[in-house]
Write a protein that binds this ligand. Structure first.
Ligand code: PAF
Length: 281
C-alpha cells in the first residue's frame, strides 16, 4: 500500500491508477465501520481497480467550540487497518496542502443542509462539501463510499456531486453497529463506561420509536425514550423524507428518523430508515 502525503504524490499515483478508482473519505481513527467501507470499496473496484482511503481531520467542518484539537489521531493503527483491508493507497495530506495560504473558496449546499445537524452546527456542511469537493478533484475517483450513519452528509454529498456534475457514483453503506446496537463512530472512544451504556440506549430508543403504530407519534416517543434512557434531552429528533430531508408526519414515502444527543461531552448521531406504510383498505 502506498502512502501519499502531498497533492503531487496523489496526482502521480492517480495518473497510473487502474480504473475504477474508488475513494473512501475519512477523518481517521478508523474502526470496524470504516473497515466495512474499505471492503465495499474493494468489492466495487474489483481485483484490478484501485481503492484509495483518505485521512484528513478537516478543520473547516468543526465549529469554534467543537472537538478539532482533541479529535483522535491514530495514523499508525489506521495504516495497518487500511493495508489489512486491501487499500491500494492512503492519502493523508497536511492542512497546508488542502488549504494553502490565500485559499478563499468554499462549496455550499443550501437546501438539504438547513435542518437536522446543519441547524445545530452552522458551517459544518459547508466544510464537509468543500473538503469532499477538493478530494474529488485531487483523486478523481469513479466512485466514493460514505457511511449511512451520517445520513444528512450522504444526502448532501449526493446532491453536490449531482449539482456540480462531478460524474462520480456516490455509494451509501449501511451503518455498522456494536453488538448492543450503538452505531460505530470515531467519537465513541470519548465515552466513559457509564456514558457508553447510555449511548447504547440512544440507538435502541430510536429504533423502538419507529415501532409506534401511528407515524405522528414517532418523534414524540423517540424524544421521550431518549430523554428517559440517556438522561439527556436530544438536540433534535426528526422524521424526514429520505430524499428531501423535509419533516413529514405520514409514512407515505421512504423516510428517516434522525436524532442527535449529547452524552457528557460527546455528541452522537444516529438514524433509522423507515419504509412507506400503506393504509389498510
Ligand atoms: O464523515 C467523515 O468522516 C467526514 O465528514 C468526511 C466525509 C471525511 C469529510 O471530512
Amino acid at each position: 500500500m502506498r502512502t501519499l502525503g502531498t497533492l503531487a504524490d496523489a496526482a502521480a499515483f492517480r495518473s497510473a491508477a487502474p480504473s475504477p478508482v474508488v475513494l473512501v473519505p475519512t477523518m481517521g481513527a478508523l474502526h470496524a465501520g470504516h473497515a466495512a467501507l474499505i471492503d465495499a470499496a474493494r468489492a466495487r473496484a474489483g481485483r484490478n481497480g484501485t481503492v484509495i482511503v483518505s485521512i484528513f481531520v478537516n478543520p473547516t467542518q468543526f465549529g469554534p467550540n467543537e472537538d478539532l484539537a482533541k479529535y483522535p489521531r491514530t495514523l499508525e493503527a489506521d495504516l495497518g487497518l487500511c493495508a489489512a483491508h486491501g487499500a491500494d493507497a492512503l492519502f493523508a495530506p497536511a492542512v497546508s496542502e488542502m488549504y494553502p495560504p490565500g485559499d478563499s473558496t468554499f462549496v455550499e449546499e443550501t437546501e438539504l443542509s438547513r435542518g437536522l445537524c446543519g441547524a445545530q452546527r452552522p458551517g459544518h456542511f459547508r466544510g464537509v462539501c468543500t473538503v469532499v469537493a477538493k478530494l474529488f478533484n485531487i483523486l478523481r475517483p469513479e466512485a466514493a463510499i460514505f457511511g449511512e450513519k451520517d445520513y444528512q452528509q450522504l444526502a448532501i454529498i449526493r446532491r453536490m456531486a449531482r449539482d456540480l456534475f462531478f460524474g462520480i457514483e456516490i455509494i451509501g453503506h449501511p451503518t455498522v453497529r456494536e453488538p448492543d446496537g450503538l452505531a460505530m463512530s470515531s467519537r465513541n472512544r470519548y465515552l466513559s463506561a457509564e456514558e457508553r451504556k447510555r449511548a447504547a440506549v440512544f440507538s435502541a430508543a430510536l429504533k423502538q420509536a419507529t415501532e409506534e403504530p401511528d407515524p405522528r407519534s414517532i418523534v414524540t416517543r423517540a424524544n421521550e425514550l431518549i430523554k428517559q434512557g440517556t438522561d439527556s434531552p436530544p438536540q433534535y429528533v426528526a422524521l424526514v423524507d429520505a430524499e428531501t430531508l423535509e419533516p413529514i408526519a405520514a409514512l407515505d414515502r421512504p423516510a428517516v428518523l434522525a436524532a442527535a444527543v449529547k452524552i457528557g461531552e460527546t455528541r452522537l448521531i444516529d438514524n433509522v430508515r423507515l419504509a412507506p406504510r400503506h393504509a389498510k383498505v
